[in-house]
Design a protein. Structure first.
Length: 564
């Protein structure tokens, strides 16, 4: 197989030579380094590589090149090599130059580049290599060529083989699939001795699991903990951002901690291909990668994990909480944190699902609105949240179109809000309409296909799509003692009214539910902000409230305190 290509483009010969030297001396053993003096030549080379099916891992381009800017070139790279990472080369301090800074902001907002890269200023330049190696790590994960990849071999893409891949995906485990009768599949099977039953998993250690059970899959992820007979300080239900945050803080502060999830790591966050607004990740981070690192962090600190395990019920048990599990005997905990999240209704259009995070967003436009200044934006939904999102976007976008399946806004939106939308000149409303298609050749949303009630379809320009079509919390398994709102979201703290039956003299803590000692964090909670950062924050706050619970319990019943 040909070595993946690293392509650098710059019409500044001296700068290009510096980049070439750094790339060749560090990466030439595993990658083929190609350099071009112009964007035109680079495009021709990229087209030849596509025709030859040569893998391109990374393209670096200077911004101010003749004939075409580097950001425009990198935007076109995605059409030829969709998985290639793209970096805009700038001089040290270049972001302080107004035109360069504006070019970076514009290219990032519209998905033409992945990030900027500082040109080498010495040899070796480890800052340059830190950026390049980060790109290559992301590319290797996307191509399933990381050295710790698990191989799944099956007779077909469906059935149990699909279930295994889905489980590995939810556990954020790098994996690759091949059909048994494919060239790669025959190669993998030829290296296995003895009888086996398809589908099978081949672990990086060489261990082969024949038609593995869910428990064996969980064990392969390193999370096959058997919690039988254990007593924990804290049991966390759900391993999305809120649950993982609670696990990190709980384990780091000395609580014996168990995280239980019927799926795997990350929850809804794993559906985000790139989170650009999470603190500390200026280049952005995929939901899967963020979840994988958080899991590793919590595990190193001492948290136990039980994946492919469902919590079947909760009940008070002599000052502690009894947690019933689907596959093991119950465990007890001094406190429980519910972080099961919510299931967001998906639009179900494959072309748009592929652009999740690249012009297509689930939820409101908290941070994306500024990047859509002067562009065409669509919001799908007929409830108040969709109307409020449309009005917020109207402050930035050239035009906002609210797409509603109902006969009118009045069917699901407050009267005052509907009137405000009607009075806003750059907000249009299309009733009895749905989004049925769309896409963008450069990796960012560029158009949508709308269908009206009569079946007529229309293709429209679109640079942003916000889907606000409903969320269902995972709370149906909870006992009636845990109060919820009309949509099933858990009521906590000040939202608990007198009719919720709070049993103690003290008031409930901030995130405490109507069952004392049981807390809720993240999207499952009534009134939660649907963002990764807020879920992480609530997970850490929940642990601080557990500390408060411990302190108050020791003051009231020093001989019966169970947490420590």
């Amino acid at each position: 197989m040909a070595h993946p290509v690293l392509l650098a483009v710059d019409d500044d010969l001296e700068a290009l030579r510096a980049v070439e030297t750094e790339l060749r001396e560090r990466y030439s053993r595993d990658y083929r380094v190609v350099c071009e003096r112009s964007c035109k030549a680079a495009l021709a080379t990229l087209e030849q590589m596509r025709a030859a099916e040569e893998p391109v891992a990374l393209v670096l381009a200077g911004q101010w090149t003749s004939g075409m800017t580097g950001s425009d070139l990198l935007g076109r790279v995605h059409q030829l090599h969709p998985h290639a990472k793209r970096g805009l080369l700038i001089e040290w301090g270049g972001w302080g130059d107004r035109p360069t800074g504006e070019a970076i902001h514009d290219a990032m907002a519209h998905g033409r580049i992945d990030y900027y890269v500082l040109r080498p200023s010495g040899q070796p330049d480890e800052v340059f290599h830190q950026a390049v190696s980060g790109f290559l790590l992301e590319w290797s994960h996307s191509q399933k060529v990381a050295p710790h990849t698990i191989y799944v071999v099956g007779r077909s893409w469906s059935g149990r083989a699909y279930e295994i891949r889905d489980a590995l995906e939810r556990c954020a485990i790098p994996h690759a699939f091949c059909l048994a009768d494919s060239e790669r599949g025959r190669e993998v099977l030829a290296g296995i001795d003895g009888d086996f039953q398809l589908p099978l998993m081949v672990l990086p250690t060489g261990t082969v699991l024949s038609n593995p059970t869910d428990a064996e899959i969980a064990g392969a992820s390193g999370a096959g903990v058997d919690p039988r007979g254990r007593e924990y300080d804290v049991v966390i239900v759900g391993s999305g951002p809120a649950g993982l945050s609670a696990a990190v803080y709980g384990a780091s502060e000395g609580f014996s901690t168990l995280v239980v999830d019927e799926g795997g790591i990350g929850g809804q966050a794993t559906l985000s291909s790139l989170i650009r607004n999470y603190l500390g990740f200026p280049r952005g981070v995929s939901g899967a990668r963020l979840s994988e690192q958080a899991y590793e962090q919590a595990w190193v600190l001492g948290a136990d994990f039980a994946f492919m395990e469902r919590v079947a019920g909760l009940e008070p048990d002599g000052g502690r909480i009894r947690v019933a599990l689907s596959g093991h005997a119950p465990v007890t905990a001094g406190a429980v944190i519910l972080a099961t999240g919510a299931t967001y209704r998906r639009i179900g259009v494959p072309e748009l699902e592929e652009l999740n995070g690249a012009g297509v967003f689930y939820g409101g436009p908290a941070s994306e609105a500024h990047g859509l200044k002067g562009l065409e934006v669509y919001v799908v939904g007929g409830a108040n949240s969709a109307g409020q999102a449309a009005l917020h976007l109207a402050r930035f976008a050239r035009r906002v179109t609210l797409v509603v399946r109902a006969e009118s806004l009045a069917a699901g939106m407050s009267h005052y809000l509907a009137r405000q939308i009607e009075a806003t000149p750059n907000v249009d409303v299309r009733v009895r309409t749905e989004v049925v298609g769309g896409g963008g050749d450069d990796g960012w949303l560029r158009h949508l296909v709308l269908r009206d009630a009569g079946g007529a379809e229309e293709t429209v320009e679109a640079n942003g799509l916000f889907l606000m079509i409903g969320a269902r919390p995972r709370t149906e398994w909870l006992p009636p003692e845990v109060a919820r709102d009309s949509r099933g979201f858990i009521l906590t703290g000040a939202d608990l009214g007198e009719d919720q039956g709070w049993p103690l003299e003290r008031r409930p803590y901030l995130l405490e539910t109507s069952m004392p000692g049981v807390f809720a964090a993240g999207d499952v909670r009534h009134g939660a902000v649907k963002r990764v950062a807020s879920a992480v924050g609530e997970g850490s706050i929940a642990i601080q409230l557990v500390h408060q619970l411990v302190a108050d319990s020791k003051l009231l019943h020093p001989a019966e305190a169970n947490l420590g």
